[in-house]
Design a binder for this molecule. Structure first.
Ligand SMILES: *Cc1c(COP(=O)(O)O)cnc(C)c1O
Length: 363
């Protein structure tokens, strides 16, 4: 959707002109997790269910797949399990989807994951295991536990092809939306897409899809916290998943819980080496400000991780003046937020409001 008010407000706030058009891709409204994680997570769980049904001789690809939701299939699926490690949104996506099919579902989370997410998962019949370490240390633990039982499927946020391809399908949807808005993508009409990066899976999957379908004139910019630039670090050093932000003395702490992943995925660096246009880093205060600004100007609620996309615009057009043309289209990918409880929305908004007011107080 076009962000007319936010566009004006952004120009006023940054004291610079964004000459092209500004749109928001509303993945914050996707069902099940209220985030981009629904794209990858739901696809991976559906595919696992399909594989089991077919290998047990209970489904052919000519059948109506709606029968996978029946009681008979629930019984079959209850002999199998799904394990995922997640900072939050992937847990909601995979956890709720897998538990609904009847899989024994366990989610590994860090102790500082949002309480409402843990509550919601438990309400849906998911087992939540909490750990007192950073998220990158939890994934190997979950992977090892899953490997003990051949009937357990591990959803690997650090390298799953299925998650990656689920995210990539977003490009098919965006292509249709660009057509509806009569937006061309060519040398004279660049499209710049801003994506927040955590482990790097969702932004890489989306970018891979966009480049495959729309060609070379769609450009991806990844946005990461200054304390957790995991994908940027992996790509700049070419060490990819063999380096973490802790290795260079960063604390890995950020209010953007969806981006609090110290080690990049095995896929991100490899796939993005030839596809990524650029990346930016931002301090946490910026994202609270943008949460509040987007709420005030457009009445759109996003979580702090998703608001990170607005930090990418200024550095991009300042480094690439040709992207600041009337023919350019800028798309900020709002990756999550619609499932947040009211109390959390209000707390985020209040933090941003306070930051904005303090800027004016100093001016
Ligand atoms: C997970 C997530 C991201 C980043 O996705 P990665 O695959 O971890 O890079 C961005 N925004 C939100 C809201 C998320 O939940």
């Amino acid at each position: 959707m076009p962000l007319k008010n936010m566009h004006e407000s952004w120009e006023h706030q940054t004291q610079q002109k964004l000459t092209g058009r500004l749109f928001l891709k509303a993945d914050n409204q996707l069902p099940i997790s209220g985030s981009i994680k629904s794209r990858g997570g739901i696809y991976e769980v559906l595919k696992f269910a399909e594989e089991i049904a077919i290998s047990n001789g209970r489904l052919t690809n000519m059948d109506n797949y709606a029968m996978l939701a029946s009681t008979e299939f629930r019984q079959l699926f209850s002999k199998y399990g799904v394990i995922v490690a997640s900072t939050g949104n992937l847990a909601l996506s995979v956890g709720i989807m897998a538990a609904t099919f009847g899989f024994k579902t366990t989610v590994y989370m860090s102790h500082d994951a949002r309480q409402w997410k843990k509550d919601k998962l438990r309400e849906n019949g998911v087992t939540v295991k909490e750990f007192n370490t950073n998220f990158s240390a939890i994934i190997p633990k979950a992977r090892a536990d899953a490997a003990l039982d051949p009937n357990i499927h591990f959803v690997d946020d650090e390298g799953s092809n299925d998650l990656f391809l689920g995210y990539a399908v977003a490009a098919v949807r965006l292509q249709k939306q660009l057509k509806e808005h009569q937006i061309k993508v060519d040398q004279e009409h660049p499209v710049i897409v801003y994506l927040p990066a955590g482990v790097g899976g969702s932004p890489s999957g989306v970018t891979f899809g966009l480049k495959t379908i729309l060609g070379p004139h769609v450009h991806a910019i990844f946005c990461e916290p200054t304390h957790v630039p995991s994908v940027t670090l992996g790509m700049m050093t070419k060490l990819n998943n063999h380096i973490s932000v802790y290795d260079i003395g960063l604390d890995g702490l950020t209010a953007a819980d969806g981006l609090a992943v110290g080690r990049p995925s095995r896929l991100a660096g490899k796939v993005m080496r030839t596809l990524l246009f650029g990346s930016v880093t931002f301090p946490d205060e910026d994202i609270y400000r943008y949460v509040t600004q987007l709420q005030d100007t457009q009445h759109i609620t996003v979580e702090p991780s998703a608001a990170a996309v607005f930090t990418g615009i200024a550095p991009t057009i300042n480094n690439m003046p040709t992207f600041n043309s009337p023919n350019a289209t800028h798309i900020v990918w709002a990756t999550g937020g619609s499932m947040m409880p009211q109390s959390e929305r209000e707390a985020n908004y209040a933090k941003g409001k306070q930051l904005i007011d303090s800027v004016f107080a100093h001016a």
